[in-house]
Ligand binder design. Sequence first.
Ligand code: DQA
Length: 176
Amino acid sequence: MPRAAAKRRAAASPGPQRSVAKGRPRHHLLVLHGPNLNLLGEREPQHYGRVTLAEIDDELAARAARAGVSLTCFQSNHEGDLVTRIQEARTSADAIIINPAAYTHTSIAIRDALAATGLPAFEVHLSNIHKREPFRHRSMISDVCVGQVVGFGALSYGLAFDAAVAHLARTQAQSK
Ligand code: DQA
């Protein structure tokens, strides 16, 4: 179990604990993709490019292997499924990288779930939402995220991943 998640679980429950693996603690990152991102590669390439979601997840997996962290990627077209995965991350992940897609602009439920976990969250967008239609300029989740990466296409995910790993290393060093 990731170190931070193990600590949270130990604090939350007086019951028997699963033992923490010996050796170097591995951080675990959860990557969440919102609605219509399963269509990347064919969907509005002028905004989102030609890279598919599978290629983005593969690239993140390669970065994770190099950084010595573990990673789970999940896409859903359903708001409630994303909320459930965020809630579950309380005991299974150390940080969340999230592109809520259209839910960015509407979902108080996703925002509240991120706030409830207290996990560091990193907001990602392929396109620069601030350069597009006015309804895309507002993000419901920005104020509960460590930061936002927008406008670099598929690379936005890689930059957010690097930021998340650096953030975890820094907070771990500070807690020693
Ligand atoms: C998006 C931007 C959103 O406005 C849009 O609804 C998406 C994708 C992006 O990655 O650029 O579906 O989150």
